[in-house]
Design a protein around this ligand. Structure first.
Ligand SMILES: Nc1ncnc2c1ncn2[C@@H]1O[C@H](COP(=O)(O)OP(=O)(O)OP(=O)(O)O)[C@@H](O)[C@H]1O
Length: 253
């Protein structure tokens, strides 16, 4: 287990430091075909900044978020997450420490809502606060505030989100992801199914969270949203591995 209880962490230290990461997918059901996706990936995210992963479809943007969240392993390199608990290398630690990091250091708003069936929307949103020990009244009140802000009508709060529209589910997902205050938040296309009004609400939520010190790492295909929130772009295409060529004498260039 690689956990550094850092005494060097300060307000200027990055919340996320990705160093020299390579990633190749191996298709075990396809005769072990290898698909190199990223090579030498490196970037940082600091407190209060919104960093956007930029690049064409298939460049590896979602894979980067999944590596930072500990869903995907890496072949080489380090993914250092820092916070009050010290610094942990997500690329080299064990599942128990990854779960602890998800509780205290990093949140993830995926593109699609995944939640336990038959749980009402208000509970789905309040759950991350309840899991962290908040009173039920406080958690539900904050969940209700966020659902109101995201224009989810109160008549839906007591219903499970499984039958909600795509945009409604996405807004429940955003509310759930934005409720706890974690140092780093990963956003995978959080505005993809939203109308213009709700898209603007999400832009405001992102800015407000950043102004309170949260670091964001996100993917936004919508250039309006990207321009509105991005402090910095990472050009993921510059980390696509270059194909190796075989010389006539058998040497690999
Ligand atoms: N679990 C996986 N197994 C095998 N290959 C994968 C896996 N996940 C991603 N890939 C491959 O890695 C490459 C990058 O995928 P990824 O989803 O990270 O791209 P992206 O930049 O997020 O694309 P998009 O903008 O279209 O969502 C793709 O070629 C994809 O097929």
């Amino acid at each position: 287990m690689t956990v550094t209880t850092s005494t060097e962490h300060s307000a200027d230290s990055p919340l996320l430091d990705v160093v020299g990461v390579d990633k190749t997918f191996v298709m075990h059901l396809q005769d072990g075909v290898e698909l190199p996706v990223l090579s030498g990936l490196g970037f940082r995210v600091h407190r209060g900044e919104c960093v956007v992963l930029d690049g064409t479809s298939g460049a590896g943007k979602s894979s980067i978020l999944k590596m930072v969240y500990g869903n995907y392993g890496v072949d080489r390199g380090r993914i250092l997450l820092s916070g009050n608990d010290g610094t942990v290398d997500i690329a080299a630690t064990d599942p128990r420490r990854i779960l602890a990091a998800r509780r205290n250091q990093v949140g993830y708003v995926s593109q699609f809502l995944r939640c336990v069936p038959r749980v009402p929307a208000l509970q789905v949103v309040a759950e991350p606060l309840l899991e962290r020990g908040a009173d039920a009244d406080v958690a539900e009140e904050r969940a209700a505030d966020l659902l109101t802000r995201l224009s989810i009508p109160e008549r839906l709060w007591g219903l499970p989100p499984a039958t909600f529209s795509g945009g409604e589910q996405q807004r429940v997902n955003i509310a759930r992801g934005f409720l706890p205050d974690l140092p780093l938040l990963l956003l995978d296309e959080p505005t993809a199914s939203l109308d213009a009004h709700n898209r603007d609400v999400v832009i405001d939520l992102i800015r407000e969270k950043c102004s309170r010190g949260t670091g964001m790492l996100g993917i936004f295909h919508d250039s309006y949203v990207r321009t509105a929130v991005a402090d910095r772009l990472i050009d993921v295409a510059s980390f696509i591995p270059r194909p190796t060529t075989q010389e006539p004498n058998g040497a690999v260039a």
